[in-house]
Every structure is written in C-alpha cells, then in structure tokens.
Design a protein around this ligand. Structure first.
Ligand code: CU
Length: 259
C-alpha cells in the first residue's frame, strides 16, 4: 500500500542502465541530455562542487535563452538538456552528479580538449500563444489517496473518452493538485500525449525561466494550480496522466480525443 501511495523507490540508481556509472569527458563544454526515467523518484540534481550549469532545453525542444542554475529539479517523465563547462579541470579530476548529495554518476576529465565556444544568448524564437486565442478552459483536478488516484474524480477507463477537443483549437488547461491525506499531499508530474504546452502561470505567478519553453510534463505541487496553453495540432485519442507509475496504474489517468 505504501508503494501505491508514494511510488516505489528502489535502492539502486541506474544511469543508462549502468550501476555506478561514469563518463569520461573532455575539458570544455559538454551537452547532457537528461530524462528522468524513474517510476516515482524526483531528482534534485547538483554537481558535487555546486558548480553552475546552463539549461538549454526542456521537454519539447530548446529554450529561447540558456538559463544558468546550480540545481535542476526533474520529475518522472521530464527532460532537460544542460551544458556543463569542464574546461577548468585537470586530467583525472572527477566531478559527481548528485541527487541531493547522493552520487548518481561520475564525470572523469580526460586529456582531450573540446573546441571552445560561447553559449549563444539566444537559442531559438518561441512564439507565445496568446491566451485570448483560447476558445475553451478545462479543469483537471489531481486528487486521491491510498489506492484511489483520480483526475476530476474519475479513474481511468479505457472505454471512456473524458474530454473532446477540436483539431487546431487553442485551449487553456488548468491543472490543480488537491492535496489530501495526513501528509499534506504529494506533487504529481502531469503529462499529456500528442501536444506541447506553454506554461502561463503557477498559482498566478510567472513560471521559472527554465519552464518558459515547450513542456509536456509539469510538476504540480500540493495546493498548486498550473495554467497551461496549447494548440492541439494532432487528431486522435491521447492520454493525460500523472507520470508516477503507481499513480497512473491506480487510476490517475484520462483520455482526450481531438477531431
Ligand atoms: Cu501522482
């Protein structure tokens, strides 16, 4: 029951399927593509020396501008691309990527030297979707406890379409996390298939800079409401769900049809 509630967290962390992983890297800037493939574990990634790095991409592509950070929070299903500058290290130095101080993997500096370059201040242009273009606002309330996890009070049913949308419409989706239970609730990574969102706000406040690009998975904290906007460009039946495996398996999932 505890594992259905919180999600099962194993004792051995793997990177690309390897135990105690390491990567030999050149001196210079190295681009890393990160996907949280854990079923339930959230990571707070730091470099062991608390060195800063630049996030350049999120779930759906490049950010408009690099975001300098020392910590990256990444929940199941989320992706991030970062650039780490290893140019000031000596051959044989090791730097660890850690989750709140627990080592995830090691970088070992070799004697190769990467061609030096500057990270451009501007990466791509992302046209902001105008909220006045939205023809509809839908609410998605994430809630539950124990083994009953649901969205808008409904558990996943393969035979039911929960939401009907029109192709090429722009909509605002309000996703809120109704915290219940003695522990004050849990954050849920809300994920939708077949679409990329822009985040309008979190509890009415502008999202952090690293969430200003395209996203399809968003961490929604207890008692938080996240407003998303998207234009639905693909027809078909798609799912939306919490990306904690145990929660989606226990019903926190629905289906939308675009036609
Ligand atoms: Cu969840």
């Amino acid at each position: 029951m505890h594992d259905v509630m919180m999600g099962m967290q194993g004792g051995t962390l793997l990177v690309n399927g390897a135990i105690n992983p390491y990567l030999r890297i050149p001196k210079g800037k190295v681009r890393l593509r990160i996907l949280n493939g854990s079923n339930a574990r959230f990571y707070e990634l730091f470099l062991s020396n608390k060195q800063s790095f630049y996030q350049i991409g999120s779930d759906g592509g490049l950010l408009e501008a690099p975001v300098e950070m020392t910590k990256l929070i990444i929940s199941p299903g989320e992706r991030a691309e970062i650039i780490v500058d290893f140019s000031n290290y000596k051959t044989g130095d090791t730097i660890e990527l850690t989750d709140q101080g627990t080592e995830l993997m090691k970088f070992i500096v070799n004697d190769e030297i990467n061609k030096s370059y500057n990270i451009p201040n501007k990466l791509v242009s992302i046209e902001r979707i105008d909220p006045s273009k939205a023809i509809n606002t839908r609410e998605f309330v994430l809630q539950g406890m124990g083994s009953n996890w649901n969205i808008n009070g409904k558990q996943m049913d393969m035979k039911r379409i929960d939401e009907y949308l029109r192709l090429n419409d722009t909509e605002i989706w309000e996703v809120s996390n109704k915290a219940t239970g003695m522990m004050g609730g849990m954050p849920h990574p809300f994920h939708a298939h077949g679409v990329q969102f822009q985040v309008l706000d979190r509890n009415g406040k502008r999202p952090p800079a690293n969430e200003s690009g395209w996203k399809d998975t968003l961490l929604v904290y207890p008692d938080e409401k996240v407003r998303l906007i998207a234009t639905f460009k693909y027809s078909g039946i798609f799912m939306y769900h919490c990306h904690i495996l145990e929660h989606e398996d226990a019903g926190m999932m629905g289906q939308f049809k675009v036609e």
